[in-house]
Design a protein around this ligand. Structure first.
Ligand code: NAD
Length: 365
């Protein structure tokens, strides 16, 4: 596995913020298999069960707040990371309505402080900042958003991610300008906007897949709040392969990749209810009811245009939606019925499928 992504991660020191969360745990796990020395920096473990606790990992895990500049700086000084994947965030829309100040503080000021730690560090060469597809000003139209579309956001979470993109753009021009790369500084900064990510090991609150699987595990019906919401669903490994691909190119000093990127599925975005129906095919304990009244506003229609990642980065998604839903459902079924954690198995299957499809990061070894 160490030869994937040109073998760039083998022996590198990689700092992952938000490593105790859903995406961060999968990313840290994959990075470790790629031979990286992973330093995780997060608040305490956010869920119980917790994916990171279920994985057998040998990484350095630091408990800290990204708003704590002093602590961040000391971690950068001690471990001297080559690259930073910034995933720590308050990522929940409904929670953001109740806690807007905390959401902006963590997602905007926290991001700013991570960038400041990078700016003061001698070692960092690349930053991959994770925002969201919700960072785009949502027009409720049928087309996918492109990287040139304006940032925005109705709810506090979406707007905070739009703000985090503006901070990224400002830092890229002010401090990590590609024209001055290798002269005044040595950092390339990119940001990633991915769609709705699903996978085993997510126990985040008010998220569709955890809600479905927790209900099924106790033979209850899940309530669907937005059955008609249309989202670009993808397996968690899809955007992670995009982040790793981008990190690889930034570490190689390819300044043209220091920009914003969309990573989404090639399959059409589909309705929430269709996802649940498909999951039921793989685990018959899944049952649902519609509870569509009285919920705060969430975007109805959200799609991404990923032409830029396909053509310029040569990144492609690997699994279609059916395969994704099958893998995700079986992950939870194996966990709840047999106490088995399928993460390694899913990772290997994903890499094999990427090799079969001759995806650039998998075959360019
Ligand atoms: N899951 C999705 O569908 C999705 C979609 C688009 C974008 N994203 C983005 O991807 C990133 C990761 O999301 P996730 O789904 O893994 O979320 P998660 O809630 O599972 O994990 C969030 C992580 O951030 C950490 N964290 C939160 N506040 C912190 C703080 N103040 N200081 C330090 N650490 C803090 C948590 O401890 C946890 O490790 C986030 O930036 C999120 O906005 C997620």
């Amino acid at each position: 596995m160490k030869t994937l992504f040109g073998g760039i991660y083998n022996g590198k020191t990689v700092l992952v913020t938000g490593h105790t969360g859903f995406k961060g745990s999968w990313l840290s796990y994959w990075l470790q298999k790629l031979g990286a020395n992973v330093i995780g920096y997060s608040l305490n473990i956010p869920t119980n069960p917790s994916h990171i606790e279920l994985l057998d990992m040998n990484i350095i895990s630091i408990e800290g707040d990204i708003r704590d500049q002093h602590k961040l700086n000391s971690v950068f000084e001690s471990y001297k990371p080559d690259i930073v994947f910034h995933l720590a965030a308050q990522p929940l829309v409904r929670y953001s309505y109740i806690n807007p100040v905390e959401t902006y503080e963590v997602n905007v000021i926290g991001t700013l402080k991570v960038f400041e730690a990078c700016r003061q560090s001698e070692s960092v060469r690349a930053i991959v900042n994770i925002t969201s597809d919700k960072a785009y000003e949502n027009k409720e139209w049928v087309w996918g958003y492109r990287e040139i579309d304006p940032m925005g956001g109705y709810d506090p979470y979406s707007a905070s991610k739009g703000c985090a993109e503006l901070v990224t753009s400002s830092y890229r021009r002010s401090y990590f300008n590609i024209e001055k790369y290798d002269k005044d500084h040595h950092v390339l900064l990119a940001s990633c906007r991915a769609g709705n990510v699903i996978g085993g090991g997510d126990w985040g609150k008010d998220r569709l897949i955890p809600d479905i699987m927790i209900a099924a595990s106790s033979e209850k019906k899940v309530s669907l709040r937005n059955p008609d919401a249309i989202r670009p669903w993808q397996h968690v490994l899809e955007p992670l392969s995009g982040y790793l691909h981008l990190g690889w190119k930034l570490l190689e000093g390819e300044r043209r990749f220091a920009q914003g990127w969309n990573f989404g599925p090639s399959d059409d975005a589909v309705r929430v209810q269709e996802v649940v129906e498909s999951a039921r095919f793989y685990w018959s304990k899944i049952e649902y009811e519609i509870d569509g009244e009285g919920h705060p506003h969430e975007a109805k229609m959200l799609k991404l245009d990923c032409s830029k990642a396909h053509t310029q980065l040569r990144w492609r998604d690997v699994w279609d939606l059916q395969t994704t839903i099958e893998k995700v459902t079986k992950w939870y079924q194996a966990f709840y019925e047999n106490a088995y954690v399928n993460t390694y198995h899913d990772l290997c299957a994903y890499i094999e499928a990427a090799k079969m499809k001759k995806i650039f990061w998998a075959v360019n070894v």
